[in-house]
Design a protein around this ligand. Structure first.
Ligand code: BES
Ligand code: MN
Ligand code: ZN
Length: 509
């Protein structure tokens, strides 16, 4: 989609449709919406007075201008209550408007920068959010369908900014929004893509392709032999149950600039989680193709890092393998030795994510990073604790790192909630035969999984994001669900982590 910025009063813009907005509970619209209302003889106020338009988040109402203004249609989109306004509401509203445009067959529309006026958001952030919401709302997974969708996407959106002095900031925000949304859609594609099209080798190909876009990016794909040389026994223990060769992906931006801060991102890349010998139940097992959502987010963030040309040494690590119950598969009771020498008794082969992350976290140490953040669809217990589609769990050994992630969560709209790393969880990981077990049963399952990872995240500040409840939207589209989400992969983590990295640059580490 082409995105343009113009300076004008929106009621004077000639386009197929213009988009204005309304806060919930407002009886008389203000600002640009008021100007359009006046130009249309008060039809918007009339709709509000009739109770047909309430300004609820993502609510849309279409009016026809009948020649009173150059644009043929006016779409009013709700922003929700003003006292609870945030970029999330902008994402939602922009997505709802864009989808309505598509449903109507509109090919080109012009929109206000929602939230930059009475909403009080910084203009750049508002423009970014409008573009992100638009592109995320229009997202569809089409790769394997023979028939094109019956409604094509709009070809152009123009952001309308009254004050010409504010055009450059709008442009800058829109540019970032396009990059972040593009990366999020890449992560969504990878999550939605069937496991037979997104094998560990396919993910490695994607990584190589990403690196090919940028001079400053390097990609190294370690195979199982390389991993064996590195003594990644935990990662290989998972891989040995599958016929599909595992890959350990290392993407680096700015590898040759030692003066820059080094940050490592680690993403769980289980391309299909059958549970292994501790086989899962059949119901909804297809969703376990999305068990590489953390890895997908990391790959997508690397693409965004390159496009934003961030002055950071960012390393993306994705241990990628299937978890299958093949003839060579790990068995409960088996003991594996991770790269840092720790021995692990396998209680459940379904607790495989922490095994591959253990070696990736140990590997991360060689970069002497300022911080390491891992992202993983790690536990059902996290979904039990926080809910499906509500928030990701975050654990950290470093309060400043945690605060940075929480700040990025606030401004990106991707919710995370802190959970504790009590030493009690370590007691639960005691093993009869090895240094620790890989699974400690149902109680506190999210805490014990994080405590397990902590045993391998040594020598740097570390944070862990459990995104099991956030990576895949299971419910069909309803007015209650944010319009920027579709059923399927969400790309969760991309917006959060890109914001985290941009903030790191802005605050100088
Ligand atoms: N990939 C799953 C976790 C998961 C569950 C992701 C639901 C997305 C939605 C993970 O590998 C797993 O199987 N975890 C087990 C751990 C248990 C065996 C200790 C779980 O959560 O049941
Ligand atoms: Mn599992
Ligand atoms: Zn898993």
């Amino acid at each position: 989609m082409e995105i343009k910025i113009v300076s004008d009063a929106i009621q004077n813009v000639a386009d197929e449709m213009i988009v204005v907005n309304l806060f919930e509970g407002i009886q008389t619209p203000g600002g640009a919406t008021a100007a359009v209302d006046r130009a249309l003889g008060g039809v918007i106020s009339e709709a509000i007075a009739a109770g047909d338009l309430r300004g609820k988040k993502g609510e849309v109402a279409v009016f026809y201008s009948q020649g009173m203004i150059p644009a043929r249609r006016v779409l009013v989109v709700g922003l929700g209550p003003q006292d609870r306004f945030s970029t999330e509401a902008v994402h939602w509203a922009a997505a709802a408007a864009a989808r309505k445009a598509r449903d109507l067959g509109v090919r080109s529309f012009s929109s206000l920068v929602h939230g930059a006026g009475a909403g009080g958001l910084p203009l750049e952030a508002a423009a970014q959010a409008v573009v992100e919401g638009t592109l995320l709302g229009l997202y569809r997974y089409q790769e394997l369908k023979n028939e094109p969708p019956d409604r094509p996407d709009p070809e152009r959106m123009t952001l309308v900014q009254f004050d010409p002095g504010r055009v450059p900031a709008t442009e800058a925000g829109a540019q970032v929004g396009q990059i972040v949304a593009g990366a999020t859609c890449l992560a969504r594609d990878l999550v939605n893509r069937p496991a037979n099209y997104a094998t560990p080798s396919d993910l490695a190909d994607v990584a190589v392709e990403i690196a090919g876009h940028f001079d400053r990016m390097r990609c190294q794909v370690l195979d199982e032999e390389d991993a064996a040389e590195l003594k990644m026994g935990a990662f290989l223990g998972v891989a040995q149950g599958s016929e599909e060769p595992a890959t350990f992906i290392v993407l680096e931006y700015n590898p040759d600039r030692p003066e820059l801060d080094t940050l490592v991102l680690v993403g769980k890349g289980i391309t299909f989680d059958s549970g292994g010998i501790s086989l899962k139940e059949a119901e909804n097992l297809d969703r376990m193709r999305g068990d590489m959502a953390g890895g997908a987010a990391v790959l997508a963030v690397m693409e965004a890092v390159g496009r934003l040309d961030l002055p950071l040494h960012v390393v993306g690590l994705v241990p990628a393998t299937e978890n299958m119950p093949g003839g060579y598969a790990c068995k409960p009771g088996d003991v594996l030795t991770a790269m840092n020498g720790k021995t692990i008794e396998i209680i459940s082969t379904d607790a495989e994510g922490r095994l591959i992350l253990a070696d990736a976290l140990a590997y991360a140490r060689r970069f002497e990073p300022k911080a390491v953040v891992d992202v993983a669809t790690l536990t059902g217990a996290c979904v039990i604790a926080l809910g499906q589609g509500v928030a990701a769990g975050v654990f950290s050994t470093d309060d400043r790192l945690l605060a940075r992630l929480q700040a990025a969560s606030q401004s990106s709209g991707e919710r995370i909630w802190p959970l504790p790393l009590y030493d009690d969880y370590l007691d639960r990981l005691e093993s009869l035969t090895a240094d620790l077990v890989n699974s400690a049963g149902r109680y506190g399952g999210v805490g014990t999984s994080a405590m397990f990872l902590k045993q391998f995240a040594e020598g740097y500040p570390w944070a862990h994001l459990d995104i099991a409840g956030m990576s895949f939207e299971e419910r069909p589209d309803t007015p209650k669900r944010p319009a920027y989400l579709r059923k399927g992969g969400t790309g969760f983590g991309v917006r959060l982590l890109v914001q985290f990295l941009r903030d790191w640059v802005a605050t100088g580490g």
